[in-house]
Design a protein around this ligand. Structure first.
Ligand code: LHQ
Length: 266
């Protein structure tokens, strides 16, 4: 399966399927079209026996900056925020579910910054390899939101509750070396070696017993996130509530107007 469209480049090399998010001008921020392309491609890859490992990466200098906030300018024009819970259920939840339930190894290759839902998508993957120029930002709090797309449970699973609380409450930027130390990524390589190192690792994984790896992943899911769909649905409810706060509207508008937000706690 080899397809290319504007927002997602899909390339297969032997058993390795590489998905390159391709909106570099906005650091591959997610719009509905990119999320739909990811959803479709992952569901096709799940049943394609020729695909034995998947790489998720970004074009340009970012992995993904999370939700494209510029598309919200129009939607929030009159100060009314449409249901974020439903937006999450429809566009994000199926992608996270697909990454976690596809019974093949999924590697995130962090070519640059992964922020907000971009960070969560990377953390939902099984393995992460990062360029030494990459970083991870739990940016949600900067726009008055909660870490969605698995962030409420996968982040604390990876780094423990105390560190997860610090990262999620502050939205601090974590560089690649710190991410490695915290266990957020598995490997860090020089930026100009990322593609080669990722492909070598992905081909190694693709040559292993795919069914055994898939069943191991099913076991890990069952052990560590047995109520996966329920947890994601709960995130939708939390997003709904956070989306109704004045601080969310202020955070989005401040980002779009390139100014410092003034949060009130409401
Ligand atoms: C962007 C974005 C972006 C648009 C950079 N959108 N343009 C789910 C459902 C519904 C609603 C809301 O949220 C969610 C879940 C989420 O994902 S919430 C979190 C959303 N993401 C963020 O809040 C991150 C916003 N971005 C940033 O904080 C910074 O851009 C980071 C830290 C990612 C990178 O900083 P820099 O390396 O300094 O790059 P930059 O800020 O200069 O960005 C480069 C360009 O990309 C810039 O455009 P410009 O025209 O000035 O060159 C940004 O405006 C644009 N961009 N992120 N999410």
């Amino acid at each position: 399966m080899d397809t290319t469209n504007d927002v997602l480049i899909v390339e297969q090399d032997g058993g390795v399927l590489t998905l390159t998010m391709n909106r570099p001008d906005v650091l591959n921020a997610f719009n509905d079209e990119l999320l739909a392309a990811l959803q479709t491609t992952l569901s096709e890859a799940a049943v394609d026996g020729s695909v034995r490992a998947i790489v998720l990466t970004g074009s340009g200098r970012g992995f993904s900056a999370g939700q494209d906030l510029s598309v919200l300018r129009e939607r929030y024009r009159d100060g009314q925020v449409p249901s974020l819970g439903n937006h999450f259920r429809e566009h994000y939840l199926p992608v996270v579910l697909a990454i976690r339930t596809i019974e093949k190894p999924v590697i995130a290759a962090l070519n640059g910054v992964a922020a907000g839902a971009g960070a969560s998508m990377a953390l939902a993957c099984d393995l992460r390899i990062a360029s030494d120029k990459a970083s991870i930002v739990e940016a949600f709090v900067r726009v008055g939101l909660i870490p969605d797309s698995g962030g409420t449970f996968i982040l604390p699973l990876l780094v423990g509750l105390a560190r997860a609380s610090e990262l999620a409450f502050t939205g601090a930027r974590v560089d690649a070396e710190e991410a490695l130390r915290l266990g957020l990524v598995n490997r860090v390589v020089p930026a100009d070696e990322l593609v080669e190192a990722t492909m070598a690792w992905a081909h190694e994984l693709a040559a292993l017993p795919t069914r055994a790896i898939g069943l191991t992943k099913r076991g890990f899911n069952r052990a560590l996130m047995p109520a996966l769909e329920e947890l994601l649905e709960h995130e939708a409810q939390l997003m709904e509530e956070a989306g109704r706060t004045a601080d969310h509207l202020e955070g989005v508008m401040a980002f779009l107007e390139k100014r410092k937000p003034q949060f009130t706690g409401h």
